[in-house]
Design a protein around this ligand. Structure first.
Ligand code: SAH
Length: 380
């Protein structure tokens, strides 16, 4: 099968690396999605193991359509009966159109549904669908009039790992946080501090990586019920693999701080739900008390942006303080995602690298201040 995996715009390279590390062959990279080849098992493994993915779709097919008639015929020509049983509930949950003649999502959705009904009517020899069985949500992308149709195996977006019951006012999506950590050279034997940890997303995602805990091992997926496509035993063996991988018997130094004691409490509860409370040290502490005695650590954080949380006027002071505290940390690296335009200016230093990213609709930057690498450990 061809599997399509959407992700955050700008983080395709991270997802690509993850998919290759799982052992699959990438066949296409587009803005915001990667397509790879895999068997049924890859649906389970993709959903359970990929940290930066948004969901996993089975590609049903693709065709060109400039008119609604072509969209109808192209959709009807796809082998829907291979996926959707007689009592299945099916609908186009999302249509995204870029640089294409057809662009109205509601029209695309209703025409495709009609075409699917036509196809399945002929196949099953019935004229009315109860739709009382399993759910089969369809997602469609139009790019330059090329229509790509995918069946969503995931359901609730993969960023929902199941551990974040309570959040900060502006939490970062779990899959975005994971992808950003993976963009840095941080590894579990290096120190990681988030001085604005909020609900704890960065420290928790880092701890999950450190303990090799698969992000999707404690949640459900839409396609778990599709036993005609993915035998249950594939899910169970993938979950066994995930459980065997877990190793919490590790040494790691991951810390989360926030000025708001209530947030710290929430972060601790979330970490406990994620099963990593023993791997993270959370504490209520304002930024101006940030310090660490060791060298070569990492700050990875999502400071207040201004538009959502704080008054703009406090931001200058806050970023200046961040710059000062960072300067005192010997040989540290700092990575921050923010939409605050004056971040570098107020921090007082130009970032070594800078990447534009979209956090939802919000244009943000991932500023990367790279400290020196630690000397190699002497092998004794
Ligand atoms: N990444 C977090 C959200 C961070 S929002 C998550 O996923 O939940 C920014 C956080 O910075 C808020 O929780 C706020 O309480 C905290 N904060 C604001 N000013 C601070 C300061 N001076 N010192 C420490 N934390 C601060």
């Amino acid at each position: 099968m061809e599997l399509i995996v959407p992700c955050h715009f700008g983080l395709e390279a991270v997802l690509k690396r993850e998919i290759m590390d799982l052992g699959y062959e990438i066949i296409k990279t587009e803005d915001g999605r990667i397509t790879f080849l895999g068997d049924e098992d890859a649906v389970c493994r993709g959903n359970i193991f990929l940290r930066s993915a948004e969901r996993v779709l089975i590609k049903i097919g693709s065709f060109r359509a400039e008119t609604f008639e072509e969209l109808f015929q192209g959709t009807k020509a796809l082998a829907w009966e291979e996926f959707i049983p007689k009592d299945g509930k099916f609908w186009v949950t999302k249509a995204a159109s870029v640089k294409s003649k057809l662009f109205s999502p509601s029209d695309i959705q209703s025409i495709m549904k009609k075409a699917m009904v036509e196809r399945l009517k002929e196949h099953y020899g019935i004229s009315w669908f109860e739709e009382s069985g399993d759910h089969f949500p369809i997602r469609v992308f139009l790019y330059k009039d090329e229509v790509t149709v995918g069946l969503d195996t995931t359901g609730d977006s993969l960023h929902k790992r199941g551990y974040r019951k309570l959040t900060a006012k502006a939490p970062i999506a779990e899959n975005l946080a994971a992808a950003l950590i993976m963009l840095t050279p941080w590894k579990k034997d290096r120190i990681l501090v988030d001085p604005f940890c909020g609900s704890g997303t960065f420290p928790i995602e880092a701890a999950l990586m450190a303990a090799n805990i698969a992000p999707g091992m404690n949640r459900e997926f839409r396609s778990f019920d599709w036993q005609h496509i993915i035998p249950r035993k594939l899910w169970y063996s993938c979950l066994d693999e995930a459980r065997e991988n877990v190793d919490k018997n590790i040494e790691t130094d991951i810390q989360g701080y926030d000025i708001d004691p209530q947030m710290v409490k929430i972060a601790r509860e979330n970490a406990a739900l994620a099963g990593v409370e023993d791997l993270i040290h959370f504490q209520a502490r304002p930024l101006d008390q940030l310090s660490h005695s060791k060298k070569y650590g990492f700050i990875i954080t999502n400071p207040p942006y201004g538009e959502r949380l704080e008054e703009k006027k406090n931001l200058k002071q806050l970023y200046e303080t961040l710059g000062e505290r960072y300067n005192r940390l010997d040989s540290w690296s700092m990575y921050l995602i923010t939409s605050y335009e004056d971040a570098q200016k107020d921090i007082g230093r130009q970032a070594d690298k800078n990447r534009k990213l979209y956090n939802g609709m919000l244009k943000t930057y991932f500023y990367q201040y790279m400290g020196p690498k630690p000397p190699r450990k002497e092998s004794t």
